[in-house]
Design a protein. Structure first.
Length: 307
């Protein structure tokens, strides 16, 4: 992940402001009070905007967002594509004459100088570095900040209330299922290889799972590692394991194979599936969708054994 410390001398020379708010990584010295032509450069920024019923005039990774995330797509019918989230098309961006550009530090910190020259720019802090706040809290703070900037506090309140309700419901289900203090992991299965992907503690899906009071048996905390792989034997070593599989693999033949059925977690039927095709990053709306899927999957698990 690119860091911005080396930009500090240029920031001073050009009048940029590296934000004092922990939720913001970089921002222009002056931001508009009521921006009308807002551009989002990535999926997280797009989700934050549509959560507030804001129609961005330009969107990075527009087709990818429509296909894989889809939340609030009705607010994107007139949005212009800006190319990829990693390398937005700056010529198209200039032509849109935005009042505000919204992005994230993990992707757009190296572009800040050029973005700031086009329009007032706001980059939210997104990092895998260990932190006192998880991805759920970070998303709540981003949405609250953006709502204050755009005058959409009422819309933000509804989104945040839905998330609080969904989290409370999922925690209650986890308690009923005896998940508290037991190993609970969310994995992406590589079904053709018999391997499983563990995600970083600062990803949205792991942050949500950690809110359910289980113990992550494979915590990944390195700031530069989004994923790592584990093997079947790692699962076999955890007799009290509870698993949630991300990515909609409930019909995969692997989970009907003798190899899988021999594992303790399979024999106890202490596993479930999440249909969401996205999970690493997201705002409160994404968090609500995913944690509701977690609650449904936990309800469908077999009864806890052993008192």
């Amino acid at each position: 992940m690119t860091r911005g410390w080396w930009l500090f001398p240029m920031l001073c020379l050009t009048g940029w402001l590296q934000a004092a708010e922990p939720v913001v990584a970089y921002r222009s010295v002056t931001l508009p009070e009521s921006p009308r032509r807002v551009v989002s450069l990535d999926d997280l920024s797009t989700e934050l905007l549509v959560s507030l019923a804001i129609e961005p005039v330009g969107v990075g990774n527009l087709e990818g967002y429509r296909r894989w995330v889809g939340l609030g797509r009705e607010h994107l019918t007139r949005s212009q594509s800006l190319g990829s989230a990693q390398q937005p098309n700056l010529e198209r961006l200039v032509a849109l004459k935005p009042d505000l550009i919204v992005g994230v530090s993990s992707l757009h910190a190296p572009l800040f100088e050029r973005l700031d020259a086009i329009a007032p720019t706001l980059l939210y802090r997104v990092s895998l570095a260990p932190s006192t706040q998880d991805a759920v809290s970070a998303g709540e703070r981003m949405l609250t900040h953006l709502a204050g900037l755009t005058g959409r506090q009422r819309q933000a309140g509804r989104v945040l209330a839905a998330l609080r309700h969904a989290l409370a419901d999922a925690r209650a289900v986890a308690e009923q299922q005896g998940i508290a203090r037991e190993p609970l992991a969310v994995l992406y299965p590589l079904v053709h290889q018999g391997l499983f992907i563990v995600s970083n503690e600062q990803t949205l899906v792991v942050s949500l799972a950690n809110r359910l009071a289980g113990r992550n048996p494979w915590p990944l905390t390195e700031a530069h590692a989004l994923h790592r792989r584990i093997e079947l034997r790692d699962l076999a070593r955890k007799p009290d394991l509870n698993l949630l599989f991300i990515g909609g693999f409930d019909q995969a033949p692997f989970f009907d194979s003798p190899l899988w059925r021999a594992l303790p977690v399979a024999r106890r039927h202490r596993y479930g599936f999440l249909t969401s095709p996205y999970w690493s990053y997201g705002g409160p709306w994404s968090a609500t969708v995913i944690v509701r899927q977690m609650a449904d999957a936990l309800r469908a698990m077999g009864p806890r054994q052993g008192g």
